[in-house]
Design a protein around this ligand. Structure first.
Ligand code: NAD
Length: 289
């Protein structure tokens, strides 16, 4: 039995994956419609975090305040030695606080943020970056492996979140930089459809040019399941971390400013920001590849 709290885009995809692998799941979300959907998918849906009494519990929540609220109910009921693997993206300092609170009652809290989106969760292909007790990770690894193909222990509590924030800072910066380079080439007469294959065979490539542009922007699909609002949240957390660490950002800060100023709503899919940055001054104004 595994517990799962937060059944949104990521948690819902994890639930489908766990059920497809035949894994019994105890599931909770604030939203009763998602609890109902979980029950229909074969999980045992409960109406409070206190009902999620499993030895391994995955969390997939929007921000630290939601994790804090869930832990208030969950920590008193979990068995000693239980492992909470929190796949939410949060401030590293919040993760350290949660780990200390859990340790006081004999429970291991791992920060275990993920990369790969709902599609990666649904196919068990997430990359998971884990901070916290290595022994707790080993105890929970067989269950975590059902959703994550690559699980890397990166250090003590908070280290997983530091890795995740560095990753997403790069994703956003690469997307903004690629949009600007593609816009320049387009204005000079070389359209993205002609430029991308050569970039991807050369040294300017990144996931932005290899994955995001061909899969979501050029096709107009915009169905990654990650929103501009969640990316902006991660970027604010990264700016906070840089300030805390005393390492001011300049190149990345310019990219973050572009993400914040871009007139794409928080609820929109995140690649729409790169598309808008590309389209802003492209000759056709159509965007995409
Ligand atoms: P989401 O908004 O789709 O889902 C969050 C879910 O948490 C919602 O169903 C909401 O009802 C539930 N929730 C909120 N507060 C709660 C509480 N107190 N108790 C129980 N449930 C509560 O968000 P998402 O896209 O699934 O992202 C979840 C987390 O994963 C975020 O921290 C995000 O940054 C991270 N993440 C998302 C992606 C992605 O591609 N969507 C990728 C990597 C990491």
């Amino acid at each position: 039995m595994i517990g799962l709290i937060g059944l949104g885009r990521m948690g819902g995809a994890m639930l489908r994956r766990l059920r497809a692998e035949g894994q019994p799941v105890l599931a909770y979300d604030l939203d009763p419609r998602l609890r109902q959907a979980a029950a229909e998918a074969g999980a045992t849906a409960v109406d409070s975090p206190a009902g999620v009494t499993a030895a391994v519990v995955l969390l997939s929540l929007p921000q630290a305040a939601a994790v804090s609220a869930v832990l208030d109910d969950l920590l008193p009921v979990l068995p000693p030695g239980a492992v909470i693997a929190d796949t939410s993206t949060l401030e590293p300092v919040a993760a350290r606080g949660f780990a200390a609170d859990a340790a006081r009652v004999g429970i291991a809290y791992l920060d275990a943020p993920v990369s790969g989106g709902p599609a990666g969760a649904a196919s068990g292909a997430l990359a998971m970056m884990v901070g916290g007790d290595p022994a707790a990770l080993e105890r929970s690894r067989p269950l975590l492996s059902l959703v994550a193909a690559r699980i890397v222990h990166v250090g003590p509590s908070g280290a997983g979140q530091i890795a995740k924030l560095a990753n997403n800072l790069l994703v956003a910066t690469h997307l903004a930089a690629a949009a600007e380079a593609l816009r320049m080439a387009d204005a000079a007469g070389l359209a993205p459809a002609a430029l991308l294959p050569v970039l991807n065979a050369a040294s300017g490539r990144s996931a932005a040019t290899e994955v995001n542009w061909p899969r979501w922007i050029g096709t107009g699909a915009f169905d990654s399941g990650f929103t501009a609002g969640l990316m902006r949240k991660d970027l604010r957390l990264a700016l906070g971390l840089a300030a805390e660490a005393g390492t001011p950002l300049s190149v990345c800060a310019a990219a973050v400013a572009a993400w914040e100023a871009c007139p794409v709503a928080d609820a929109e899919e995140f690649n729409r920001v790169a598309d808008a940055l590309f389209a802003r001054r492209s000759p056709s104004g159509e965007g995409g590849a």
